[in-house]
Design a protein around this ligand. Sequence first.
Ligand code: ADP
Ligand code: MG
Length: 719
Amino acid sequence: MDTASTDRIIEAARTQGRAALSEIESKALLEACGIPTTMPRQATSAAQAAAIAKQIGFPVVLKVLSAEVTHKSDVGGVVLGLTSGAQVENAFKQIRKNLGEKAPGARFEGVAVQAMARPGIEMLAGISYDPAFGSMLVAGLGGVLVEVLKDVVMRPAPIDAKSGREMVEELKGAALLRGVRGAPPADIEAFVDLLVKLGRLAAARSDIREMDLNPVMVYPQGVMAVDARVALNDAPAGGANPANGDRAVARRRNLEQAMSPNTIVVIGDKKAGGYIWLRAQSNFKGKLYSVQIDPKEIPNIEQMGITNYLNLSEVPGPIDLAITAVPRQVAPLILKNCLETGVRGVQFFTSGFSETGEELGIKLERQLKAMAEESEIALVGPNCMGLYNPAAGVCNFPGQPTGEAGDVCFISQSGTHMVNMAFQGPARGIKINKGASIGNAIVLNPADYLEMMADDPGTRVVGMYIEGIRDGQRFLDVLRRATARIPVVIWKGGVTEAGARATFSHTASLATPAAVWKAVVRAGGAVEVRSWDALLDALAMFSRSLPIRGRRVGLVAMTGGQSVFITDTFAGAGMEVPALSQASYDEFKTFFNTIGGSYRNPLDAAGTIMGPQEGNLVRILNILDRDPVLDLIVLEIGTGTAAARWASHEADVASMLDKLAEFNKRTTKPFSLIMHHAHLEDIVARARKMAVERGLLVFESFERAAQTLSLGADYWTRH
Ligand code: ADP
Ligand code: MG
C-alpha cells in the first residue's frame, strides 16, 4: 500500500474542509492500495468529456460529480455504454440537465469519464467505522440486491485471507460466486485479496467513517471496483490504550483480590433493604464487618453477630472488598473513604447514575469515575449486584449456593441475570466458579472481568450477558486470547432498536449494530446466543460435554413420531443424521424389535428397551459408540406416557440413570439426553434433576438440544 498517496489524498480533502471524497479521489485511494478500479477523469465541458473518452477508449461511462449527491443513479447521474464522441457530449448535457431537475441546489462539478467495465457478479465491499470497535470491513452482495437482501458480513479490520474467505462463506449468496446454472465460478480469491487490501487501508486510516465500493465486479478472473465513495470522521481516532497503563494493571490485580477476599465490609446496609448484603455473606469464610452510622440500624446488625463500626477507618486489617448500598449522593464520599483506607475493591449496588439520563446522575457518575481512575481501586459497577465467589462464600444475594468451586464463570451487565444464574444454573448442571454483575461498568469493563476469569485455571467456559462495550478494541483482544483457551458464550442484550433503548436506561450502554456484534463475536472466536435458555444450555454443554468434533449425530427416540420430529429438528439445525455402518445394522438385527420400531438412524427404540428388556438401552448405546460414522449421540427418554411410570418407580429411574451415567463416563462420543416434560412436568423435572446430579447433559426439548449441539459442533470444529 502506498501510504504516502493515501495520506496525501485524505489530507487534501481535509484541508479544504471536506468530509466526503469525490468518486475520483475515492478511486485514487483504491489505486494507491493496489485495488483494480475504473479510474475516472474529470470533465467540465461536453467537448472535454468527448476528448477524454477518446483517450480512454470506448465504450465509456459518464457520472455526475457533485459533492451534494451520494446516489448518482437516483438523480439520473450515470450514463453507461457510450460508444462515440457525439453520445458522450449528449450524455454530458443530459446529466447536467437531470441534476438541475432532480437535485436543484446541488452544485454541478462536471462529470467523471471512465472506462465501461465488463458485466460481472456485482458485489459490495467497504469500511464502516464503529465508535466502540473501530474500523470494520464490510462485504456483501452488491448492486440493487443490497437493499433487498441485506446480505452483508463484517469483520474488525485488518483481516487476513483466511478471515476474508470466511466472510465470503458466511454470505447467504455465496453460492452465486461459486457458479450457478452453468455459469463459471467467480474469482473469490481476487475478491478476498481486495478485502485484505481494504482492511489495510482501514487499519491505517481509522478516520475513514465509511467507504462504499458498490458494485465491485467479480469475474471468472479478477475484480474491478466501478464505484467508490468515502466519508471521513471528524478527526483521526487513536491514542494510547489506557487499559494497559500501570494503574490499570494494578487495578486488575485488586479486582482479583476483591474476588477472593479475606475481609469484607458492608457499608450502609439497612432494614428497609432486608440487610441483603450482610445476609448474602452469611457463608463467607473470611472476616465480615459492617459500617453503619444510623443508631436505629446498629442493634439489628449486631444481633446478626456482625461487628459494626461507625467509620471505615476503624475497621481492622486491610479490606479487600467494600460492598456499599448507600444513596447515590453519598457515593463519592464513600469512595473517598475507601481510597483513604486503602480498600482494594469497592462494589456499588447504588444506582441512579448515567442510566437515568439525569444531570445529577451523570455528574455523580463522572465524579466516581474520575476518582477511581486516578487510583488503583477496583470499582465494580455502579448499579450492580457485584461479585460472586461460591467457594469463598462471597454472594450477591442471600441464599445463593456456596461451597465447592465450579467451572463456569459468568459476567453480567444485569444483576437479575447474575442472581438467576446462581440460583438456576445448578439445576442445569452449571456450577459457578466466579460470577460478576458489573452494572454500568464505568471503570472496570467487561474485558477486565473476562481476562481475570479466563486466566483462572478452574474455568472451563465463560458466559457473558452484555449490553454495551465502550473499549471495543481491547474487548476484542481479550476475547481472542480467552477463546484460544476456553469457549466464551455471549448473549447481547439490546440487539433490536427497541431493546437498544431499554439497555440505555438500564446500564447507560450505547447501541452497537447487530451486524457489528456478530462480526466481533465471530472474529473473537466466541459463541453467540440470543436468549436466556440458549445461554444456560450452551454453558451446560460447554462445561459438561466432550468436545463435539463433527456434525454426524446418532439419534435414539422412543416412538415413530418422535423419531421423525427429532430428525427434522437436528437436520434443520445443520446437523447430519447419517445411515449407520453395516456392522451396526448386523448387530441390531440380532435383538432389535422392528415391529413398530426401527434401528435405522434415527432409532425408534421403545419396543426394544421396555420393561424387562431395559438392558438393551445400553446395548444400543454401545453399538452407536463403536460406529465410526457418528460424532455424537443423543437419546430421548421418557416420552410423555413412559414418564407416567416414573412417579411410582423412582428406583427404576435411578437405576436407568446410573447405567446412562456409567455409559457417559466411558463413551468416547459426546452424549446427551433429551427429557421433555410433556404433560408430566413435576415428574420429569424430578428425573431431570437426578440425571443432572449424575453428571449427564440434559436438554428440555429437541429444538434446544439441536440448536445447542450445533453451536458446540461449530465451536469445536473451529478450535
Ligand atoms: P450510484 O451507486 O451512485 O448510483 P454507480 O457508480 O454505482 O452509481 O453506478 C450505477 C450502476 O452503473 C452500477 O451499479 C453499475 O452496475 C453500473 N456502472 C457504474 N460504473 C460502471 C462502469 N465503470 N462500468 C460498468 N458499469 C458501471
Ligand atoms: Mg454504486
